[in-house]
Design a protein. Sequence first.
Length: 562
Amino acid sequence: MIINNKKSSQEPEIAGEEIEEKLTEKLTEIKIKELEERAKIKAQQIGIPYINLVAFPIPSEALRLIPLEEAKKYKIICFYRTEKEAKVAAVDLSIPGLKDFVQKIAEDNNLKVKYFLISEYSFKTAYKLYSALPKITKIIKGVKITEKELKEFGEKIKTFRDLNREIKNVSITDIVTLIIASALKSRASDIHIEAEEEDIKVRFRIDGILIDVASLQKKLWPQVISRIKLFSGLKINITDKPQDGRFTIYLTNEEVDVRVSCLPTAYGESVVMRILRSSATGLAFEDLGIRGRAFEELKREISRPNGMIITTGPTGSGKTTTLYAILNKLNKPETKIITLENPIEYRLKGINQSQVDESKGYTFAKGLRSILRQDPDVVMVGEIRDLETAEIAIQAALTGHLVISTLHTNDAAGAIPRFLSMGVKPYLLAPAINSIIGQRLVRRICDNCKTEIKLGPEKLERVKKILADLPKDYQVDLNNLKFYYGKGCEKCQGLGYHGRIGIYEVLTMNSEIEKVILSGKVSEYQMRDLAKKQGMITMVQDGLLKAIDGITTVDEVFRVAE
């Protein structure tokens, strides 16, 4: 009886628990329905479609479009994807940064995005599907160089002679790693490995100048070139056709992109590896080296809401660096900036960067048309090379956008005749241009071994003649000029130079220059003389002023600008 009493006393408790569970389930159902109803009403109010993702079959390729961390941060899910379209569901479209992030994903994958609204419960249910996604092992195609290896190589290699000695005592695998590590340590922008008749030459481009750093035995060539082609994704058996590839150098805190070009030559192949530090943010606008009135004028022109800023100069003159510095100056939360580049060299936070892909028909002209539909304040076009791109850029500058771009001419004065020769209409060009920058890069004197030098009579006379033509606010004492050079030391590896700086000329538009442009007949020489009358200092003059300040040498200025 006692046992029976205990059983009978437990039965009501079990029944009560079941009722409570059912009641909780019912209340949860009611709450979920309320959440879905609220989401429906909100969707109607803001004018976008509503969807319920509970039990919705979301394909893994759609889910993978948005990484897990960003999905959680912005409360968004991609639930449908094709080659051209993606459907993205969001709990709240007003979350800061959400639309910019989705737009970047869309541009990178060339997709059109359609937004849908979902409830919080719907998002949580769909978010759980990430845990079921199979893990994809990332295959690293590149060279991994640890900070330890860099330190070891750095201790062994103080000068290029040390590299030449050390390179003869390591394996084929280590030869390539040693060359790359030495290039990174030397701040090289390019590595040249060339098969010649008797040996293999290794050269680095440092601060714009090619320097012989090592030579290898000719018999090693097949192994060296095969090793480079292997991690660059190139075909090893093709030696009679040019090939282009790329790989990544994985450092502890940085990934460095390397673009590889192979070209058949008489004695084998020539390999050039261009080192692109993609994590670099570029220089600040104030650190470019533009000074005096030119700096103040350019600063004023880039703060205008519309118009065009053009940088000119040959390949390797630092034009892209100048554009990035201007973008850094303009990069504010209230300013929408979109770039169109080929390739994207630096990743800039807060800026939408799009890369041209001509193999898919995504050209500068087509990309620029698409960009203007994104309602940007500032547009950067990597290069203007044809009439179609020029006309779209000029129309954008005339309709409330600030457009910055580059043009391949020798100096600022040559930009106007170049535009006119493309077929740009003078009456559109004149009001569109704000400023044109001409530039070159000169090597900086190494601070560790900087020494005063006396110039020869002929060279000094040449310098004085150029500086005598300076505007009044730039005048210098021509009878008391001092110049410097670098003797060469361990810090600069005996080169006498360390790093580079720009020399500039800034042509700012005014009414007189506009009149000349509107005539439609203007030569480079005519434009230069007019700009100088308006107070522009030339690149050579700017360079010589920097030489007087001990930043660079007179020989270096004449090398790049005269």
